[in-house]
Design a protein around this ligand. Structure first.
Ligand code: SF4
Ligand code: SF4
Length: 354
């Protein structure tokens, strides 16, 4: 797929911790309790120094913190890790996606200075004071407002990503105006792909619960103009191939991270090609998460990036993933998550940003 020397972009999941409990996030069960398969792992600065040598950092164009199971603002060493990357590469793009609701104003000013305009923070804020918490359960609006303004006023470049549901669609224009008045450089009307189920069916709504399991908001799709266009492509693909599974068997793969020479590091310190492959490892609804096909490719010792990235590449795991794409079907070993996320004709991820 690619080699150590090809990598130009790192996607870093620094932690599995978060102060929030968003109902469609795999770190919790619709908002209740923590995913029973995770141990709230987190990477320290020392871990990152072992994984990313100064020479390796010098070859990068980008490092961004996001991930599947936590928010970088909750991690202990996030600022130190950004500083370490900046120290060894003065021009690379540094960025992160966050709910924005934690850390002090001082911390946010420091972050703006470390990034030093060569990078941005993407604030995932799904509504205004009265609605953001309906999806971003546990995020305090006053903190978001204070932190975004502290970051921007210290010279930070901010982008606001607004995930649109029925309950906040009437606020899209108002939020965009607010974003511009605060000095955000971009406002993204994000059309969630999460109204497509794990088995590729449409779903109308999603019941959120609080940490104790009591019902909270019922999340519903917004009006058609704000819906993810992949939803309407589902029927077309099913008509053409007979079923989504038949499409996944046949679909040519256009690997997004191969194109970008990007590598994902999990909060456990495992090197995986992307967040989607890693994201199959710990689905909370399985009793045994290892029923997922991705485990055919995961040997935690071999993928342990703390032993050095060169060692991980020498296992050949990324080439084995690529080789799977030529198998005749997912049943015969083609990695299904690759067909789901990077199949040529169906792409709910890309449709979020159109
Ligand atoms: S803020 Fe991010 S990591 Fe935290 S619960 Fe929500 S989606 Fe998950
Ligand atoms: S899901 Fe598979 S094909 Fe898509 S980016 Fe990840 S490794 Fe590449």
């Amino acid at each position: 797929m690619y080699n150590y020397s090809d990598i130009r972009s790192i996607h870093l999941e620094v932690t599995q911790n978060c102060q929030a409990n968003c109902p469609m996030c795999d770190r919790n069960m619709n908002g209740k309790g923590i995913n029973p398969h995770i141990n709230l792992d987190e990477l320290s600065l020392e871990d990152c120094k072992r994984i990313f040598t100064p020479e390796f950092i010098a070859q990068l164009d980008t490092m961004y913190m996001c991930g599947n199971l936590g928010d970088p603002i909750v991690a202990r060493d996030t600022l130190k890790i950004f500083r370490y990357f900046r120290e060894h590469n003065l021009t690379m793009w540094l960025s992160m996606n966050t709910n924005g609701g934690a850390k002090s104003a001082e911390w946010w000013k420091d972050l703006a200075q470390v990034i030093n305009k060569k990078g941005a923070v993407i604030f995932s804020v799904d509504g205004l004071r009265d609605t953001n918490h309906l999806y971003r359960q546990g995020v305090n609006w006053d903190n978001v407002e204070r932190n975004m303004q502290a970051f921007i006023n210290a010279g930070g470049r901010a982008r606001w990503d607004f995930l649109i549901f029925e309950h906040n669609q009437h606020q899209v224009d108002e939020a965009e105006a607010l974003a511009m008045s605060w000095g955000c450089e971009k406002f993204m009307k994000k059309k969630t792909g999460r109204f497509i189920t794990q088995d590729s069916k449409k779903k109308e709504s999603h019941q959120s619960v609080d940490k104790k399991g009591n019902a909270t908001a019922e999340l519903k799709k917004p009006d058609a103009k704000y819906q993810n266009k992949a939803l309407s492509k589902l029927d077309i693909i099913k008509r053409k191939y007979g079923s989504m599974d038949a499409y996944y068997d046949a679909a040519p793969i256009i690997c997004k991270v191969k194109k970008d020479n990007s590598l994902f590091i999990t909060a456990e310190g495992l090197a995986m090609p992307c967040c989607w492959t890693a994201g199959r490892m710990y689905k909370w609804w399985h009793n045994d998460p290892k029923v997922e096909q991705i485990w055919d490719f995961v040997d935690k010792d071999a993928l342990n990036a703390r032993n050095g990235l060169k060692a991980v590449f020498s296992t050949g795991v990324f080439d084995r993933i690529q080789d799977s794409w030529n198998k005749p079907s997912c049943g015969a070993g083609k990695l299904k998550v690759c067909a789901m996320k990077c199949g040529a004709e169906f792409d709910p991820f890309a449709e979020q940003f159109k």
